[in-house]
Design a protein around this ligand. Structure first.
Ligand code: UT7
Length: 314
C-alpha cells in the first residue's frame, strides 16, 4: 500500500440515548438526600437517560453512523465497541452489533473505561494505515445497573448511552496527533467489582483527571505542531462540567469552544465523546476544516487526547 493511503477520516456519525429520563428532581423526589441545585452547581448535570442495553444502543448509534456514511454493515472491515459494561461477560457486545448490523469484517470490544472511544479511534486509524478500508467505532455504556442509587456521591453522575463513528481510509491524515496514557497504580480510585456497584473517590478522580487531561491535551496539541489558538472545538469527556472548565482554563481555551452535553446525558462513559461530537456536528457548530481536540479520562486511570481535522466527505 502506498503512503498516499495512510490517512483516515470520519465519514459517518451517530448517537443513541434510552428514552427513559431521570431528572435531578426525580432522584431527590425518590428519596436521595440531594437537590437539583446542588447537582447542577457541582456537576452541570440536569438529567440522565437510563434503561438501554449496551448492545441495543450500540446498534442504533452504529446504524445512524452507517447511514450518514452511506455504507452498509457489509462495507465495514471491523467493528470496535468500546465499553466497560458489555451485555455479557462473553462474547463481546461487538458480536451482537456484528450480527444485527451485518458487519462484513471482524468484531472486538475494547475496555479503557471512559477513555475507550478515543483509544478505539486511534487504534482504528492505525489499522486503516495497515490495510483496512473502513472501521465502525462505537463508544457505549449502560452504567445504570451498576449505580448504587442510594449513594448520593455517585448516583447523580451516571447514565446510559452510545455514540458511533465510521472511520474510512483517506488520502490525507485527519488524525493529526494523539496522546494515550494510563497510570495503573491509580486503579483503586474508581472501580466496579463483578456483581458490584460503581465505587470511587470522587475528589481524587477529579484531581487526577484535571492533571492528566491537561498534560495529555497539551502533548497532543504540541505534537500536532499547533497551539491552543488553532483549536476550534474541544470535545471533552463529560464527567463533570467543573472538570471541563478546569482543564479549559489550564490549557488556555475559552469555554465557548468546549462542547458540553453533560446537562442532558450525565456521564455515560465511553459514549460521552462520540455523543458530544455527533451533537455538535448535527447542530452545525463543527464545520468542515475545523480542528478538534478530543480529550478524556477514565477509571484505570486512563486518558486519551487526539487532535483531528474535521473533513467528512462532500
Ligand atoms: O469518569 C469518571 C467518573 N467519576 C468522576 O468523574 C467523579 C469526579 N468527581 C466529581 O465529579 C466530584 O468530586 C463529585 C461530584 C463526586 C463531588 O463533588 P465535590 O464538589 O467534590 O463535593 P464533595 O465530595 O467535596 O462534597 C461536598 C459536600 C459534602 O458535605 P459536607 O461534608 O461538606 O457536609 C457532601 O456530603 O456535599 C455533600 N454531597 C452532596 N450534597 C447534596 C455530596 N454529594 C451530594 C449530593 N447532594 N449529591
Amino acid at each position: 500500500m502506498s503512503n498516499a493511503h495512510v490517512g483516515s477520516r470520519i465519514v459517518g456519525w451517530g448517537s443513541n440515548l434510552p428514552e427513559k429520563v431521570l431528572t435531578n428532581n426525580d432522584l431527590a423526589d425518590g428519596g436521595l438526600d440531594t437537590s437539583d441545585e446542588w447537582i447542577y452547581e457541582r456537576t452541570g448535570i440536569r438529567q440522565r437517560h437510563v434503561g438501554g442495553s449496551t448492545g441495543e444502543m450500540s446498534i442504533h448509534a452504529g446504524q445512524q453512523a452507517l447511514d450518514v456514511a452511506g455504507v452498509t454493515g457489509a462495507d465495514i472491515d471491523l467493528v470496535i465497541v468500546a465499553t466497560s459494561t458489555p451485555d455479557q461477560l462473553m462474547p463481546g457486545t461487538s458480536a451482537t452489533v456484528h450480527a444485527e448490523l451485518g458487519i462484513g469484517g471482524g468484531a472486538c470490544d475494547m475496555q479503557a473505561v471512559c477513555s475507550g472511544f478515543s483509544y478505539a479511534l486511534v487504534a482504528a486509524n492505525g489499522l486503516i494505515a495497515t490495510g483496512l478500508e473502513r472501521v465502525l467505532v462505537i463508544g457505549a455504556d449502560s452504567l445504570s445497573p451498576y449505580v448504587d442509587w442510594d449513594d448520593r456521591s455517585s448516583a447523580i453522575l451516571f447514565g446510559d448511552g452510545a455514540g458511533a463513528a465510521v472511520l474510512e481510509r483517506h488520502t490525507e491524515r485527519t488524525l493529526l496527533s494523539f496522546d494515550l496514557g494510563a497510570d495503573g497504580t491509580s486503579r483503586h480510585i474508581g472501580y466496579t467489582d463483578h456483581d458490584g456497584k460503581i465505587t470511587m473517590d470522587g475528589k481524587e478522580v477529579f484531581r487526577t483527571a484535571v492533571r492528566a487531561v491537561t498534560k495529555s491535551a497539551q502533548n497532543a496539541i504540541d505534537s500536532a505542531g499547533l497551539t491552543i489558538d488553532d483549536i476550534d472545538w474541544f470535545v471533552p469527556h463529560q464527567a463533570n462540567v467543573r472538570i471541563i472548565e478546569a482543564i479549559a482554563q489550564r490549557i488556555g481555551l475559552p469555554m465557548e469552544k468546549a462542547i458540553v452535553t453533560i446537562q442532558n446525558t450525565a456521564n455515560n462513559s465511553a459514549a460521552t465523546i462520540p455523543i458530544a461530537l455527533d451533537t455538535a456536528v448535527r447542530d452545525a457548530r463543527v464545520q468542515r476544516g475545523d480542528t478538534l481536540l478530543l480529550g478524556g479520562f477514565g477509571f484505570g486511570m486512563t486518558w486519551a487526547s487526539a487532535v483531528m481535522k474535521w473533513d467528512p466527505r462532500d
